[in-house]
Write a protein that binds this ligand. Structure first.
Ligand code: AMP
Length: 192
């Protein structure tokens, strides 16, 4: 198994790069944001609860996202490995993920940390909002809150994995998607 975490602030290109990587390396993409948006589309109770939080740029509880991850791990037993996108977003989530993987005789092979400066992030998110209509991409206050929450709750996750010697950085500022992909692939090769 080959398990990766793609890490970085909202709008840095995690989803875009993940879509390319899963094709290239035959991995399974696990995006907690996509799973939550699916619940919203289906109109489930979980979706309704999540929407209220997501529209404000706040996190859904660790318990909810962890149970979604567990289900996905167990329903993808034949996978060659996973790329975790938008998860873990708190150190508590990272600790649980290590335990869930250890219980399955697996671990995280490497963490790709994409960095993009804040001005460009906001611009990219607003453009994505116009293209795809995500509610949380269209409101300036929500976008600012997501970036604030990222700094407060998610950036410590990078330190958590750095302490395990697993993080490699990729600079995304001012880069085309293809340029970032080349750098991401180099990093992935170095994890092998
Ligand atoms: P994303 O598509 O990764 O940008 O996620 C969209 C939104 O879903 C986030 O702003 C959070 O409200 C929620 N979300 C996604 N993943 C998580 C997570 N791992 N923990 C808590 N909330 C999450």
């Amino acid at each position: 198994m080959f398990n990766l975490v793609i890490f970085g602030p909202p709008g840095c290109g995690k989803g875009t790069q993940s879509a390319i990587i899963v094709e290239e390396y035959s991995l399974t993409h696990i995006s907690t944001g996509d799973l939550l948006r699916e619940e919203i589309k289906l109109g489930t109770d979980l979706g309704k609860l999540a929407k209220g939080l997501m529209d404000k740029g706040e996190f859904v509880s660790d318990e909810i996202v962890i149970s979604m991850i567990e289900n996905k791990l167990d329903s993808s037993k034949d996978s060659k490995g996973f790329i975790f996108d938008g998860f873990p977003r708190t150190t508590a989530q990272a600790e649980v993920l290590d335990k869930l993987l250890a219980a399955r005789n697996q671990d995280i092979n490497g963490v790709i940390a994409i960095d993009v400066d804040e001005e460009e992030l906001v611009q990219r998110i607003l453009t994505r909002g116009q293209e795809f209509g995500r509610a949380d991409d269209q409101d300036a206050a929500t976008i600012q809150n997501r970036i604030r929450v990222y700094h407060e709750k998610t950036s410590p996750v990078k330190e958590y994995y750095s302490n395990q010697g697993k993080v490699k950085d990729v600079v995304g500022t001012g880069c085309e998607i293809e340029e970032v992909t080349v750098k991401v692939m180099e990093v992935i090769e170095s994890f092998k």
